[in-house]
Design a protein around this ligand. Structure first.
Ligand SMILES: O=CN(O)C[C@@H](CC1CCCC1)C(=O)N1NCCC[C@H]1C(=O)Nc1ccccn1
Ligand code: NI
Length: 187
């Protein structure tokens, strides 16, 4: 089971590597890692388990964060609709790729953090407001989906990890809270 002890922190070279594509059919190791990463997110979002296991709540986890330089990530975005039980988005993404994206940008009003960054880094993180994503599921079936708003932000944060990019690389050095014309600020 993955715990915070397995998550490498900024300064560790693996976080700055470009990760390798995963090959299909999946090795037992890659299949199990995908399951373990999703289980981590589920545990981290469960108040009892998060407390028990001392986990920081997370909505995404990329393999490089557990020192595995492979192009895979787990995403678990809780439901944004109190009337709906099921998550807005839940998937283990193998070899994810952004095929196209909106010109319009979006950022989280509270900025971003990262389970691999043990400090606050203030500032807006501009990303594409909408993306068309392809990825393979654990059966090796290619999926093609369109994402927007918060879920699109989360997936972009995870794909950044596969390319050795940290969220603060996108923050405007001159003025961290500069907002470009037309950017969508997501609460
Ligand atoms: O690469 C992946 N990471 O570094 C985990 C990050 C991924 C998100 C950061 C911004 C977009 C994706 C993560 O989840 N967080 N960042 C640090 C502490 C908070 C935590 C978080 O936002 N938690 C959360 C939010 C809503 C509901 C439940 N939990
Ligand atoms: Ni992160």
């Amino acid at each position: 089971m993955i715990t915070m002890d397995d998550i490498i922190r900024e300064g560790h070279p693996t976080l700055r590597k470009v990760a390798e594509e995963v090959s299909f059919p999946l090795s037992e190791e890659d299949r199990q890692l995908g399951k373990d990463m999703m289980e981590f997110l589920e545990n981290s979002q469960d108040p009892v388990k998060a407390e028990e296991l001392d986990l920081r709540g997370g909505v995404g986890l990329a393999a490089p964060q557990v020192d595995v330089s492979k192009r895979m990530a787990a995403v678990l975005v809780p439901s944004s609709d109190p009337e709906r039980e099921e998550p807005d988005f839940q998937a283990v993404l193998y070899n994810p790729k952004i095929m196209s994206h909106s010109v319009q940008e979006a950022c989280l009003s509270d900025g971003e953090g990262c389970l691999s960054v043990d400090r606050e880094v203030p500032g807006y993180v501009p990303r594409s407001a909408r993306i068309t994503l392809t990825y393979f599921n654990e059966e090796g079936e290619q999926q093609k989906i369109r994402l927007k708003n918060y879920t699109a932000i989360v997936v972009q944060h995870e794909i950044d990890h596969l390319n050795g990019v940290m969220f603060y690389d996108h923050i405007n050095g001159q003025n961290p809270f500069a907002l470009k014309e037309g950017i969508l600020v997501i609460e």
